[in-house]
Write a protein that binds this ligand. Sequence first.
Ligand code: SF4
Length: 348
Amino acid sequence: MQMETAGFTRNDLAKYPFLKETAEYIKPLDLQIDDLTSMGMDQILKRAEERVNETILYRRITRNIQNTALEIASFPVALLLVIATENSLIKKRYALAEAKQASSDLANEPKEKILKIALDFDWKIKLTAKESSDSPSEFIIYFTDYLRNTSHLHDKKWKLTNSILSEGNIYLNKKDVARLLEEEVRRRVEKRLDVKVPKFPAEFTLIAERIKKLAQETIGQSELDEMPKVVVQAAFPPCINALYADAASSHHLSHIGRFTLTAFLVNIGMTPESLNELFKTFSDYNERLTRYQIEHIAGERGSGTHYTSPQCSILQTHGVCKNKDDFCRRIYHPLAYYKRKQRTINSG
Ligand code: SF4
């Protein structure tokens, strides 16, 4: 069936299936979740599973422009499969892969197409006037759209002070607009994955299990395990308990000891504010320095790198590994210890 769309071609919708217009395009197909496992729909389901698998294996999604109808329909089904995995890492990975694929495709598009896609995200954006075509900037975007999409980008080039700014507008080239649209796509896809579906057909659950198995083999179970939402002190590894006890009883912590403790607590989900409150109870507390260290480790300062605590072999070399127990024999990292022990506590 040939269905035309108002603003975008079918190829566009296949390449950029997150556009609002895609939903309009597939509406006449009236895809129902229960129908997807019936005869005739298996191609859509197969391609949807393939999409998700590609994100796990390659962090990218190929575009099958030969069969645009299949490609477009497989996108919402892939989202449902990702939701069915109920795993936040798979969700993040899927959204990021769609976004990265889109930005690399966008970088090769004519600027008029990029403009249309930016408008789909309600950006205030226009092309620079022809007479100023000697300028390397092809787009003018309003600064609020710029700020919203650069807040997580740590490269100095995105600092407002390093941009060409005039009357609240920023001048950007095609490559930079494509990069900022990547952020928009990621957030839009993440939002669509952040829903609860009460019940999936059995075949969906089976496919979701297959996807999780692939992720487990590719990414590793400890990465895939969800961090508990609340801090479970009973699951702390012995080295962290020792550091914690030392700090609480006024013993001096080595540089690596302090870094390990802070990075561990940041990574298990303690906010910088609650960490600061906790460190206040330690003998050598210095508010300015503590805040700086916490924010640096959490990636909110400096290069933006989010640090994790060192792995066991490094901690052993520096004498931070203390009081090893049975769990320590099966792990290589204090965070892996925490996740595993926390699972055991929950199942016991
Ligand atoms: S083996 Fe690893 S987790 Fe266990 S105490 Fe040593 S450093 Fe900590």
